[in-house]
Design a protein around this ligand. Structure first.
Ligand SMILES: NC(=O)c1ccc[n+]([C@@H]2O[C@H](COP(=O)([O-])OP(=O)(O)OC[C@H]3O[C@@H](n4cnc5c(N)ncnc54)[C@H](O)[C@@H]3O)[C@@H](O)[C@H]2O)c1
Ligand SMILES: [Zn+2]
Length: 366
C-alpha cells in the first residue's frame, strides 16, 4: 500500500492507495483518525449502482468503530448532483441526530464524492470527519483528492460548492474491475491529462500494450502506479494553490472546450472524459497553430486517445461550442485563462479575451 499526504490550509488528507484495501477500510480509517476525537455515528453516502456492489462490505468494515453506521443511497447520475439530493441527506442526518463530531463516508464516483463532500462541508457548518472512497478512475485520480466539492444548479455545473479536504482518501484500484468500459475509459482521459500538463512519462505508461487495459497482473500493477503518479501530481498542485488562484488552473487543460461540449450534449450524450479528450485535442490543435504548442503533440495525443476509443473529432459546429463555452463560470470580465501545452509536461496559460478565443478556435473548423 502506498501512502501520500496532502497538507491543506485547514486540514490534511491521508491518501492510501492499494489493491484490495477496501477490505481493510475500517482498520485503516481508524488508524488514520487515532489521537483525534472519534465519531459517535457514521453515515455512508453512496449511489444506487455502487451500493449494490460495495456498500455491504464497507458497512461491515466500519463496524470496527463500534458506533451506529447508517447509509444514504442516492440515485446514480449527474442529474441528481443537486441541492435537492443534498437536502435529503441533511434530513436523514438530522433524523439520525448526527452531530458535528460525526463522520461522512463518500463511497462512489465523482458525483457521490462531490455531493457527500459538500454535505460534510455544510451540515452544521461542517462535519469533523470526511472519508472519500472513490470507485471510478476519474474519482481516484482527480475528484476525491483536493477538497473541491459541489453540486449543480439548473444554470450550470458545480455552481454551488465548498472547499473541504477529506481526512482520509482510500483508493482501491480493485473496485475499478466492475466499472463499465466506457466509464473506465473516460477516467483515462484525465490520466492522459496529467501526462500532458506535468509528467510525460505518464503518456508512455498509459500506452495500451495489447487489447484490454487491465487484464493481466502486470497491467493491474501498472494501473495502480499510474493512479499514484496522478494523485501525487494533484497533491503538488493543490498544496501550492488550494483555492485555484494560479497553478491549480492547469488542471483545467482540455476542460474549457470540454465543458462547452458537455453542455451541448446536455451532460448525457457525452461523458466528462470524452468531452475532455476532445477538449485536449482542440487545445493542442489551437496551440500548434498559434506556435504555442510544439508540433507533433497533436498527433501523439490523438493516437493515444484513440487507442482507448476516446473521441477526438468535434461533434458540433465550432460556433455552437463557443457559444456554449460562454456560460463557463471561469469566464470573468470577458476573459478566461486558457491552458495550452508547450510540450508534454509543460503548460502555457494564456489569458484570452473571449474574442481572441473565438479567433483561435477558427482552426478547429466550422
Ligand atoms: N471535485 C472535483 O475536484 C472534481 C473533479 C473532477 C470531476 N468532478 C465531478 O465528478 C463527476 C464525474 O464523476 P464520475 O465520472 O466518477 O461519475 P459518477 O460518479 O456518475 O460515476 C459514473 C457511473 O459509474 C457508476 N460506478 C461508480 N463506481 C463504480 C464501480 N466501481 N463499478 C461499477 N459502477 C460504478 C456510478 O454509479 C455511475 O453510474 C462530475 O460531476 C464532475 O463534476 C469533480
Ligand atoms: Zn475533469
Amino acid at each position: 500500500m502506498r501512502k501520500l499526504n496532502l497538507k491543506g490550509k485547514h486540514n490534511s488528507s491521508a491518501i492510501l492507495i492499494g489493491r484490495g484495501i477496501l477490505n481493510q477500510a475500517g482498520e485503516l480509517c481508524r488508524a488514520e483518525l487515532s489521537g483525534r476525537k472519534l465519531p459517535s455515528a457514521i453515515c455512508v453516502v453512496t449511489d444506487s449502482n455502487v451500493a449494490e456492489l460495495y456498500l455491504k462490505a464497507v458497512l461491515e468494515q466500519l463496524a470496527i468503530f463500534e458506533v451506529p453506521v447508517y447509509s444514504h443511497v442516492i440515485p446514480a447520475g449527474e442529474e441528481f448532483k443537486n441541492l435537492d439530493t443534498v437536502s435529503k441527506i441533511y434530513e436523514d442526518l438530522s433524523a439520525n441526530r448526527f452531530g458535528r463530531d460525526d463522520m461522512i463516508v463518500a463511497l462512489g464516483g465523482g458525483v457521490t464524492g462531490d455531493i457527500a463532500g459538500f454535505t460534510a462541508a455544510t451540515y452544521m457548518r461542517g462535519i469533523r470527519h470526511l472519508v472519500q472512497i472513490p470507485t471510478t478512475l476519474l474519482a481516484q485520480v482527480d475528484s476525491s483528492v483536493g477538497g473541491k466539492t459541489g453540486v449543480d444548479l439548473p444554470l450550470g455545473k458545480n455552481l454551488v460548492g465548498a472547499f473541504r479536504q477529506p481526512d482520509v482518501v482510500l483508493i482501491d484500484p480493485a473496485v475499478l474491475d466492475s466499472l463499465p468500459e466506457h466509464i473506465f475509459t473516460g477516467g483515462m482521459a484525465e490520466v492522459i491529462k496529467y501526462g500532458c500538463i506535468w509528467d510525460e512519462e505518464i503518456l508512455d505508461l498509459a500506452k495500451k500494450e495489447n487489447g484490454s487495459a487491465v487484464d493481466s497482473k502486470q497491467e493491474k500493477e501498472k494501473l495502480e502506479s499510474l493512479i499514484a503518479r496522478c494523485v501525487a501530481i494533484k497533491i503538488r498542485v493543490v498544496e501550492e494553490d488550494e483555492t485555484e488562484e494560479g497553478l491549480r488552473r492547469i488542471l483545467n487543460f482540455g476542460h474549457t472546450i470540454g465543458h462547452g461540449l458537455e453542455k451541448l450534449a446536455d451532460f448525457t450524450d457525452l461523458s466528462h472524459g470524452e468531452a475532455v479528450a476532445m477538449g485536449m485535442i482542440a487545445a493542442a490543435q489551437m496551440g500548434e497553430s498559434a506556435g504555442i504548442t510544439e508540433e507533433g503533440c497533436y498527433d501523439r495525443l490523438k493516437t493515444l486517445l484513440q487507442s482507448y476509443g476516446l473521441p477526438t473529432k468535434l461533434p458540433y459546429p465550432v460556433a455552437d461550442i463557443y457559444q456554449a463555452m460562454m456560460a463557463d463560470k471561469k469566464i470573468q470580465g470577458g476573459s478566461i485563462h486558457f491552458i495550452f501545452i508547450e510540450n508534454f509536461g509543460k503548460t502555457d496559460t494564456r489569458k484570452l479575451s473571449v474574442e481572441e478565443l473565438r479567433q483561435m478556435m477558427k482552426v478547429l473548423g466550422d
